[in-house]
Design a binder for this molecule. Structure first.
Ligand code: ACO
Length: 310
């Protein structure tokens, strides 16, 4: 007779997904709640820098596309919160932890969107980086997380293409538009690389997450993949990458890049980035303003239950 631990280990080893009712080690559950919860928060906080430009999009078409993209991100947040709930997490608790600074969200969303080109850069670079990470997560060991990722990746892939297209228009536009596109690349390039997390030798959660197949590739492997995918795109746009150390290694086929400013990364995830305060305040306000909606929905659900029992 196999023990619960053996059954779990066998499933992970044989790439059979772990489902909500299966036995799982407490630490596996805890790590997933942490990662999925933070991932959900990133989607929701990620609506803020882009939402900032909905009223200022340059054309009606761009406005409609941006509005749809921001709504997609809300949907991603909801799938992810639902996936975390299948592990026993409580959505209100996750929200309260986010607002209290006890749960993280992606570092990238603590940078401001100063121009329209930043919106193009977010679609192209930020969603592009997110896809590299999320495509790998489509095969993660926890079933509900993996399945949420499949749909999310399809939508992110559309976001990435629309971002590239918006960037292409700017890069081929007037000298001022091209300069705006370059400025956005200059400001978002390094923060996009930081999205993949600390280097592998400084990533405390990686060993366990890789053994459990929550993570299938390391932070550095995914970062390298993103750089390899994206450098040719930057060159195609006729723009430059703000990294004087960037070189192509013929032997490995990799673009080797300079040192990431890890002091900046750790300051941002510790709450000291340019927009951390503003982002959390916006979430706090939305949470407080939405209380009457949550309360009404709860009363309605209760009434429905009573009616169903009559
Ligand atoms: N922003 C904020 N925090 C980060 C980031 C980042 N870019 N990268 C790492 N961290 C945090 C980790 O959450 C961890 O903190 P914690 O232990 O308090 O949770 C700490 O830094 C150390 O990092 P790791 O040990 O490498 O953490 P982990 O194994 O969780 O790997 C990673 C980090 C790669 C981000 C992983 O959690 C992951 O793949 N998450 C799912 C993808 C995701 O969240 N994407 C969000 C952005 S994309 C988007 O929403 C559009």
């Amino acid at each position: 007779m196999n023990t619960q631990v053996e059954l779990f280990d066998n499933k992970v080893e044989n790439d059979i997904s772990i489902e909500p009712k299966d036995w799982m080690p407490d630490a596996y559950r805890k790590t997933l709640i942490r990662q999925i919860g933070q991932h959900g928060h990133s989607e929701v906080v990620g609506m803020l820098p882009e939402g900032n430009w909905i009223t200022r999009a340059p054309t009606l078409k761009r406005k409609a596309v941006l509005l749809a993209k921001v709504q997609d991100e809300a949907g991603h947040g909801l799938y992810l919160y639902s996936a975390a709930e299948t592990l026993g997490a409580d959505r209100d608790d996750m929200m309260e932890k986010l607002i209290a600074g006890r749960m993280k969200y992606s570092s990238i969303f603590n940078y401001p969107t100063l121009t329209w080109a930043d919106i193009a850069a977010i679609g192209w670079l930020v969603d592009g980086a997110a896809i590299v990470n999320q495509v790998a997560l489509c095969r993660t060991s926890y079933g509900p997380y993996a399945r949420a990722m499949v749909r999310i990746c399809k939508e992110e892939s559309f976001h990435q293409r629309q971002g590239f297209e918006a960037m292409m228009v700017l890069a081929n536009g007037t000298p001022e538009q091209k300069a705006m596109a370059q400025d956005a690349v200059d400001r978002f390039w390094w923060p996009a690389l930081m999205m993949f997390g600390p280097n592998d030798d400084n990533s405390p959660n990686s060993a366990a997450s890789m053994a459990w197949k929550i993570k299938l590739f390391s932070n550095d492997e995914l970062r390298q993949k993103f750089v390899n995918n994206t450098v040719p795109q930057v060159l195609q746009l006729g723009l430059t990458i703000p990294d004087k150390d960037l070189t192509f290694n013929e032997e490995t086929g990799n673009y080797e890049f300079g040192e990431i400013n890890w002091d900046e990364f750790f300051a941002v995830i510790a709450g000291k980035g340019p927009c951390n305060h503003e982002r959390i305040e916006a979430r706090r306000k939305a949470w407080e303003d939405g209380k009457w909606v949550r309360d009404s929905a709860a009363v309605y659900a209760q009434k429905q239950q009573v009616n169903a029992q009559k």
